[in-house]
Design a protein around this ligand. Structure first.
Ligand code: E4P
Length: 225
């Protein structure tokens, strides 16, 4: 399962890349709005940092298919041809996905709340489909199950689309989907940090250090004894 960062702040993205095995960056209009600058300025900095081959996902804003396609062209002009164009899976969105897929554009179908949206997006030719796990949970349904079902639909129908599960709020949701072998998960930095944060681990490491220092002295390591 690929691990993607769902964020647009360059400093945070750099930090995430430094500490974790990260495979790319996703953004959405709300995430970009938090930076309070021209979105292309922000996205170009991210592109420069992750490199021309890095996975960058950018969402269109328009609601009509033809306008979405035009936006996609502009996004790719500005940020590179391999930029993944996020298209919400509405009726117009599906039309846009079909057009873009035919042109060979990488599409990430987004705003997916149901298995049927996932199926249609895959059949329309999207490269990724993004079910919103936590938002689905908040509707009283089961986000992890929706993501797994979409994965199964692709496998059983020989659809090459990968699930990129999105909208996580806790480690359990991420772990469940990693165990299932879905294509990717896109995760905000706080949830990413939460995947590794465990008091028991900190206590274990501190105890090792304390024992070592009790014999070798304060600040001793295997380097300076
Ligand atoms: C994914 O495409 C969305 O950008 C994102 O994961 C939504 O996350 P949220 O529900 O935390 O806003």
């Amino acid at each position: 399962m690929k691990l993607i960062i769902d964020y647009a702040n360059l400093e945070k993205i750099k930090e995430m890349y430094m500490y974790y095995p990260v495979d790319g960056v996703t953004t959405n209009p709300s995430i970009l709005a938090k930076e309070n600058r021209n979105p292309y300025e922000v996205l170009k900095e991210i592109r420069e940092f992750i490199g021309a081959e890095g996975e960058l996902h950018v969402q269109v804003i328009s609601k009509i298919a033809e306008d979405m396609v035009e936006e996609a062209d502009k996004i790719r002009q500005e940020l590179g041809d391999n930029t993944y164009i996020k298209v919400p899976v509405t009726k117009e969105g599906l039309k846009a996905i079909k057009i873009l897929a035919k042109k060979g554009v990488n599409v990430t179908a987004t705003a997916i709340y149901t298995q049927m949206q996932g199926y249609l997006a895959g059949k329309a030719g999207a490269k990724y489909a993004a079910p919103y796990v936590n938002r689905i949970d908040n509707l009283g349904a089961n986000g992890v199950k929706v993501a797994k079902d979409i994965h199964d639909i692709y496998v059983k129908n020989n659809i090459e689309t990968e699930v990129i599960a999105a909208s996580f709020k806790n480690s359990q949701q991420v772990l469940e989907l990693a165990k299932y072998g879905i294509g990717a998960a896109t995760i905000a930095p706080d949830v990413m940090n939460g995947l590794i944060k465990l008091d028991a681990v900190t206590c274990a490491v501190d105890a090792f250090i304390k024992d070592f220092e009790s014999v070798c002295g304060e600040n001793a390591t295997m380097l300076n004894i």
